[in-house]
Design a protein around this ligand. Sequence first.
Ligand code: F6R
Length: 258
Amino acid sequence: MKQSIYHPEIARIESWETIPLVAVAAANVILETVQTDPRAHITYATGETMIPVYMATEGIAQQKRISFQDTTASHLDEYWPADPCRDEFSFVKYLRERVFEPLRIPQAQRYEMSGTTDDPEKEARRYDALLSENPVALAILGIGPGCHMGFNERGTSFEQRTHLARLSGETIHRDRNERNLSTPEHAITQGIGNILDAQRILMVAFGVQKGEYLFEALYGSISSDCPTSALRTVGEKVTIVIDTEAASAMETMERASA
Ligand code: F6R
């Protein structure tokens, strides 16, 4: 069922046969973090990939009576402008509905980025300070167009802290044309520097296209041209959970490049 994929820099890469199995394996990493430290600060990615992961997390937490009530929750990014009360695409809306409320994380322990602010640069500085004062035990990540993680697009320095990012043409195309969302061209995002500071990092990916992004990140050069390749600089604390489709896409690309 599970296959371990050897990589010289990344501590753990697991491939599972189906998306539900990927979701449970990823949920178990999240739940282990909370069992080890019930007050853990966790950074949650949003996006389609994470929907089954958070559903599995909620289900297993209920079954095993694992409480998130003492944990703190932050997130990677939010579109700007975005209003969680009005905009379907808002990541704050997503997190309230899929993470904060189902896992019953108290209001005071939810660090929400404001997508409604008039001064996104100031909001990015506020969020960055919050992250510096509250070390992250686990950062949960997905991978997207141009190998982005968070909304760190190609060309972002590995030292970059939380900032207002201009989204790439590829990301805007995915959101507006493939997903039919009226998303803006900017987002506030944790920088790669913030992500690499986390004590542990979990990346989840499934499907052929994600396998192709991952191949570039894991086997191409480590460079700001491929933001996710930064994970290899802290590979000892990284776990990547993927499905067999993503794993086969990586193999196919490896064969083609040999
Ligand atoms: C979302 C985020 C993004 C997504 C990536 C993949 O908070 O930071 O980097 O993880 O765009 O998105 P999905 O999972 O929707 O394909």
